[in-house]
Ligand binder design. Structure first.
Ligand SMILES: Cc1cn([C@H]2C[C@H](O)[C@@H](COP(=O)(O)OP(=O)(O)O[C@H]3O[C@@H](C)C(=O)[C@@H](O)[C@H]3O)O2)c(=O)[nH]c1=O
Length: 179
């Protein structure tokens, strides 16, 4: 698995080896020793996935401390534009974001450290996004910022959203609890 550093410290795109044969493809998404060797989180506590249709936008979400967590995300059906924004106040890239296309064809994975807000926009007819998180769901710590904030340029300014996502404060007005 190749680990490609991003502009944001601690955030990596992981490129697993894809083994193709006449039946299709085989892709390993997590290997304890490789993650540990690279200093990445190995203790994932929950795994879940969502399925969305084209033009759905989910985000931008995070869990506040002390329930903050590392997220490992990848797309097993379709393609999404994935976005993470750095909310760590002392980070050299505080307030900056990166975009990565994640797709079932490429099998690429985004490793998201604690303190980043995460969201994605569905480019294909449907998309299934799988998450591994390093702490359990904490509804009172689960929070977000508005998808249009932080200077993110989305391909669609009228996406399909949840009511919750429509109601979040803008990043510029949100007092980040991440140091
Ligand atoms: C995240 C989560 C949600 N839920 C519940 C709450 C709600 O009733 C339902 C759907 O939740 P949401 O609307 O927050 O789902 P969704 O908008 O898909 O939330 C996800 O968005 C992306 C961008 C992420 O980064 C994820 O970590 C997660 O926050 O599932 C759980 O029971 N456990 C969980 O871990």
């Amino acid at each position: 698995m190749d680990v490609i550093p991003s502009l944001i410290p601690g955030c990596y795109e992981l490129l697993p080896r894809i083994i193709h044969d006449t039946r299709g493809a085989f892709i390993k998404t997590f290997h304890f020793d490789s993650f540990r060797e690279k200093g990445m989180e190995t203790r994932f506590q929950e795994q879940y996935y969502s399925r969305s249709r084209k033009r759905v936008l989910r985000g931008l979400h995070f869990q506040n401390p002390p329930h903050d967590h590392v997220k490992l995300v990848y797309c097993t059906e379709g393609e999404v534009l994935d976005v993470v924004l750095d909310m760590r106040r002392s980070s050299p890239t505080y307030g900056r974001h990166i975009k990565v296309n994640l797709s079932s064809n490429n099998g690429n994975i985004l490793y998201i450290p604690k303190g980043l807000a995460h969201g994605f926009y569905v480019l294909s007819e449907h998309a299934t996004m799988v998450y591994n998180v390093s702490s359990t769901y904490s509804p009172e710590s689960d929070d977000g910022i508005h998808w249009t904030s932080g200077g993110i340029d989305w391909p669609d300014m009228d996406p399909i959203l949840s009511d919750r996502d429509r109601g979040f404060k803008r990043f510029e007005e949100y007092e980040s609890k991440f140091i």
